[in-house]
Design a binder for this molecule. Structure first.
Ligand code: NAD
Length: 491
């Protein structure tokens, strides 16, 4: 579907008590990567605005947590229907402000709905347990919501990343303060409206807007008990350290540099599509995108297939735009630098042709660099664009060594037809999410999403089964009612 300029600009402020209320900070424009012009704005929230939001969230949380989980889940059932009804409209806004293709935006919302379905199922999971530990003495554990929680999200998935946490944290009885990226805040209007339409009581979800200042205010606010964060590693580390220093439960997911190990016995068609789609999808702006291809032995035929598929991408139709003009300039310079250091430009995506209506936008076509060396910037730095750096390796152990030396730990995939060789990579790769013949090895619910090493600060995962421990406190209760209890060592 074609992305069109909106008829009117949207101005987004604070979502407080289920209403959009005036924030007191500075205005900030939102620019569309498709057109390169302003399509909306936010007014930044201040710490005084945050005080009001935390007050409302604290009051709302008491009533919300007092409802049985089955009652809270009904709102999530309604939300699923609302989101499916509004999916086209929300996808258009995501594409407009982020630059994704319509199909990618829609897929992101569908993934968000999958997390929502997991949240709907939480009522049937293990939410507590009880055991008679000694005659007449019972030990029990119950999950209790953490209270008021906040979540800070990046530009690259304006709907999906917030939906990783919103339904789970809320259905478990927390109230939730969301701070979207200031680059892509417009989607937050539609998501918050969807929760309201679904019947979420006022105050359970709030939205504040802005950048660094409001994030710091969240991390310093005494009324907020837990903070989730998704973004670059540098900021994730700052957020984790400040949150932890202030005594908050904090989980901060960071950036990535993902490796694919390609073995000559891999199926050529599967490889061509899987690896090309991984580095060109969302114009390379996803934390699970392939970035470094470790080609073991003679993989030339496979690389031709990757190139063939990448070349067929049509900017503005099958491939989206880059978030800002500055990021396009950075990527152009990174490509130039790699070439000057000795890399071979197999496919050059710079200064690409786009249709006239998108000429003002921010574009870079798929770019493939071959003969990259492990120490070059193209092999070590997260570029966050549709650039694939190929490092030629003599053996699978050379490839694994390079993968292991990278500080990040989100994704690593292997393309091969051999089970034992795949197993070697599975057991030796350093990443938290591993794929076999999969270009983007994102676990599907109920399996948890989360990297390790420099891609994550804090313990646990942000979705799936393991997220229950982040969004709840586990309380242990021991009871003795009657005198029937035998005296023993634990009486
Ligand atoms: P970013 O770190 O610039 O921003 C993320 C959030 O932090 C935004 O809401 C922003 O307003 C806020 N922020 C920015 N600078 C800050 C500062 N100095 N102090 C406090 N808050 C600050 O990230 P981005 O550019 O929006 O997103 C891209 C990055 O996110 C990439 O590195 C990508 O790999 C990563 N990412 C990771 C995952 C994951 O699951 N690990 C998922 C999506 C994106």
């Amino acid at each position: 579907m074609k992305i069109n300029k909106p008829a009117a600009e949207l101005n987004i402020q604070n979502f407080l008590n289920n209403e959009w209320t005036k924030a007191s900070g500075k205005p900030l424009e939102v620019t569309s990567p498709y057109f390169g012009n302003v399509v909306g704005s936010i007014t930044e929230s201040t710490s005084a605005d945050l005080d009001k939001v935390v007050k409302s969230a604290t009051e709302a949380q008491k009533d919300w947590a007092a409802k049985p989980i089955k009652e809270r889940t009904q709102v999530m059932f309604n939300l699923r229907e609302v989101l499916l009804n509004d999916i086209e409209k929300i996808s258009e806004v995501v594409s407009l402000e982020n630059g994704k293709t319509f199909a990618e935006s829609r897929a992101g919302i569908m993934k968000g709905i999958e997390v929502l379905e997991f949240a709907i199922g939480i009522q049937n999971l293990d939410l507590g347990g009880k055991l008679e530990v000694s005659r007449g003495v019972f030990c029990e554990y119950r999950r209790k919501p953490v209270g008021v929680v906040a979540n800070i999200t990046p530009f690259n998935f304006p709907a999906m990343v917030p939906m990783w946490t919103l339904p789970i944290a809320i259905v478990l009885g927390n109230s939730y303060i969301w701070k979207p990226s200031e680059k892509t805040p417009l989607t937050s209007y539609y998501i918050a409206e969807a929760f309201k339409k679904a019947g979420l009581p006022a105050g359970v979800l709030s939205v504040v807007q802005g950048g660094k200042e409001i994030v710091e205010a969240i991390l310093d606010h005494k009324g907020i008990n837990a903070v989730g964060f998704v973004g670059s590693s540098k900021v994730a580390q700052l957020v984790y350290e400040r949150g932890a220093k202030n005594g908050k439960r904090t989980l901060a997911l960071g950036g990535a540099k993902n490796h694919i190990i390609l073995l000559p016995d891999a199926n050529e068609e599967l490889t061509g599509k899987g690896i090309s789609d991984s580095f060109t999808g969302c114009a390379g702006q996803r934390c699970m995108a392939a970035s470094v291809l470790l080609a073991v032995g003679d993989c030339d035929a496979h690389i031709s297939k990757i190139k063939e598929r990448a070349e067929s991408m049509e900017l503005g139709n099958t491939m989206g735009a880059i978030i800002t003009k500055e990021q396009v300039e950075f990527l152009n310079q990174a490509i130039e630098k790699a070439v000057s250091e000795g890399a071979t430009l197999v496919l050059d995506g710079r200064n690409p042709k786009v249709s006239t209506e998108y000429e003002g936008g921010y574009w870079l076509g798929p770019t493939i660099l071959d003969n990259v060396k492990p120490e070059m910037e193209a092999a070590t730095r997260e570029l966050f664009g549709p650039v694939l750096s190929i490092i030629r390796c003599k053996s699978i152990s050379d490839a694994i060594k390079i993968e292991n030396n990278n500080p990040y730990g989100n994704a690593c995939s292997v393309f091969t037809s051999s089970g034992p060789l795949a197993e070697t990579v599975i057991s030796q790769a350093s990443a938290g999410m591993i794929g076999v013949n999969i270009g983007v090895p994102v676990p599907r619910e109920p399996f948890s999403f989360g990297g390790i090493n420099y891609s994550k600060f804090g313990h646990g995962d942000i979705t799936g089964h393991h997220s229950l421990d982040f969004w709840t406190d586990v309380r242990k209760i021991t009871t003795k009612w009657e005198k029937q209890t035998d005296e023993n060592w634990m009486s």
